[in-house]
Design a protein around this ligand. Structure first.
Ligand code: GUN
Ligand code: ZN
Length: 570
């Protein structure tokens, strides 16, 4: 039900299917108060293409009028919305008022009865900074309720991670709840941390949970609705957000921007060109009756929220999410310091972060130094290349001169490095970096170099066939059919290979993609984004492709593509 389409950092563009409805992640679920609609879900569908919303089953349950209607006609009819409806359970009311008039089993059963698409059990959102004992007791109750709910609930169910600010309990919570089969994992009780701008604590909580959860399960950051923080938490692997902020802020005459919140009465200009902002001035909005003003402000707030998500998705698509986050975190010092915390998780993130991206890395400031991909590339170069010459890079340190135009060593800074080693040495060292120590000389034996119109190395040719092409965009080698055969002969299995079930061999040969469930083995030294050889169980070459997923995440996926096949062997 959850497949990955593209990745950057721990962030991913996903396809989430719930019953027969589909939503692309990362996305926001606008919070709908069924008692008082400010913008109706059907209007959201029309204006923002909203495919998923979240509402509160406890509010419906507590109102005789709403309850009767929902039980009779279902929650979709109640809200007049055919998209995906997620419901919360009253846990938030539990956190605010310390009591609710419903049991876990009653509210889970009620969510079954009103036909919600994703239900939530009555987890306990333990506040920050309570004692370890208190957090542990709450967590044990939450886990008990999780097991009870899983039995009662036939459809999709949220398995929320709790544990307060005690990371050892967050770890236990994620590990234990991960063993029960939930479809989505929200990370709970972060609202008070967000309200206090304690983003650094949220970074620790999210990454502690991510380390324990299956990468095949979407993660929902519960109660995080300000677009300012979206890019950071998408980078850390959050797929779903919910926003009551769009309307709560509107009621308070507050106007959301990607860099923070403005008070309407302090705005002389609207820094936005959404339909609301392009047809009104701040003064006009201030002068309106409050209901109308709240509605228009809420529209603008939702607009910037969706706009930022589109921007984030594009960044994942092109591999520039780190660049985007480094810019976004500069909008608030608390966000900036939270981002610095990510460094501590470098080796965990390195396992998932693609080593090949569509766009060149940009240096945005000192923090760029800590990007996991630089460390991965540097370790790989040290391990595999015996350079003829080296250069000293201001952020990567000493590295082979041959790689100066190769991702990520070609990071955009104030000057460009020149490559003065012989061209043959350059391509051989790039091949060593990509495929392994001393591979280049053997791979390019008896080849001649051909050049592009601007005199750059373009291809390596042997007997009229292409062994490899040096891709201008990222300075990496792409193997031709002959190059694949050579590499397959040079490297022993499973090096540089994805081994697939014999059953799908004909499909791969005719250029079909490799689905995760047919992967039988893989070279675990590979990274997402790399070119790989595709072989059957007897090591016969079937083709080549690029690795969409990381070797460590493939075993978790029963659906979706692991390798995009570039070519099959005819
Ligand atoms: N809404 C905001 N935080 C939470 C939480 O921790 N649990 C649930 N169920 N709902 C929430
Ligand atoms: Zn606007």
């Amino acid at each position: 039900m959850f497949e990955i389409k593209a990745k950057d950092g721990l962030g991913r563009i996903g396809r989430l299917q719930i019953r027969n409805k589909v939503v692309e992640t990362p996305t926001i679920m606008p919070v709908i108060n069924p008692g008082k609609l400010v913008i109706s879900p059907s209007e959201m569908k029309d204006k923002f293409d909203t495919k998923i919303i979240i509402t509160n089953s406890y509010i419906i349950y507590s109102s005789p009028r709403l309850k009767e209607k929902a039980l009779e006609h279902g929650v979709h009819n109640l809200l007049e919305y055919g998209g995906i409806v997620v419901t919360d359970s009253g846990s938030f009311q539990l956190a605010q008022y310390h009591d609710v008039n419903v049991t876990n089993s009653e509210i889970v059963q009620f969510q079954n009865d009103i036909d919600v698409d994703v239900a939530t059990f009555l987890d306990i959102p333990t506040p920050p900074d309570v004692t370890y004992e208190k957090a542990k007791n709450d967590l044990n109750i939450t886990l008990e309720r999780a097991r009870e709910a899983r039995i009662l609930r036939e459809g999709y169910l949220n398995g929320t991670v709790q544990g307060s600010t005690h990371l050892s309990l967050r770890k236990k919570s994620a590990r234990d709840i991960g063993k029960i089969d939930f479809e989505i994992h929200p990370i709970g009780a972060v609202v008070p941390l967000f309200l206090q701008y304690r983003f650094k604590d949220v970074v620790d909580i999210v990454l502690t949970a991510k380390k324990e959860l299956s990468p095949a399960k979407p993660v929902h950051l519960f109660g995080a609705g300000h677009p300012m923080a979206f890019s950071l938490f998408v980078l850390l692997g959050c797929d779903l957000f919910d926003s009551a902020a769009y309307v709560l802020y509107a009621r308070d005459n507050r106007y959301l921007t990607i860099t923070g919140t403005k008070k309407l009465d302090e705005l002389a200009y609207f820094p936005c060109k959404c339909p609301v902002c392009s047809s009104h001035t701040p003064k006009e909005l201030m002068a309106m009756p409050s209901n109308e003003r709240i509605r228009l402000l809420a529209m603008h707030n939702l607009h910037v929220t969706y706009e930022e998500l589109a921007c984030i998705k594009q960044a994942i698509h092109e591999g520039s999410l780190w660049d985007l986050v480094e810019m976004r975190v500069r909008s608030h010092p608390k966000l900036y310091y939270a981002f610095k915390e990510v460094k501590k998780y470098r080796d965990f993130i390195r396992k998932y972060d693609p080593l090949v991206k569509r766009s060149t890395a940009f240096y945005t400031g000192l923090e760029s130094k800590s990007r996991p991909v630089f460390h991965t590339a540097k370790l790989r170069a040290q391990d595999r290349v015996s350079p003829m010459k080296t250069l000293v890079h201001p952020i990567i340190g000493q590295f082979p001169e041959s790689l100066a135009h190769t991702y990520p060593f070609n990071v955009e800074m104030d000057k460009e490095f020149e490559i003065n080693v012989p061209e043959r040495t350059m391509v051989e060292e790039i091949a060593d970096y990509q495929f392994g120590r001393d591979i280049g000389k053997r791979l390019f034996k008896d080849t001649t170099i051909s050049y592009s119109r601007n005199d750059r190395v373009r291809t390596l040719i042997s007997d009229g066939v292409v062994v490899a092409t040096l891709r201008a965009r990222d300075g990496l080698l792409i193997l031709g059919d002959e190059g694949q055969r050579r590499l397959h002969n040079i490297l022993p299995s499973p090096s540089y290979r994805v081994i697939v079930d014999d059953e799908v061999a004909p499909y791969i040969k005719s250029h079909g993609d490799v689905f995760s469930k047919f992967v039988k083995g893989i070279d675990t030294n590979l990274y997402s984004g790399e070119e790989v050889l595709i072989v059957d169980e007897n090591d016969s070459l079937l083709g080549s492709g690029w690795l969409l997923l990381s070797p460590s995440e493939i075993p978790f996926f029963t659906r979706g593509i692991a390798v995009k096949t570039r070519r099959g062997t005819k």
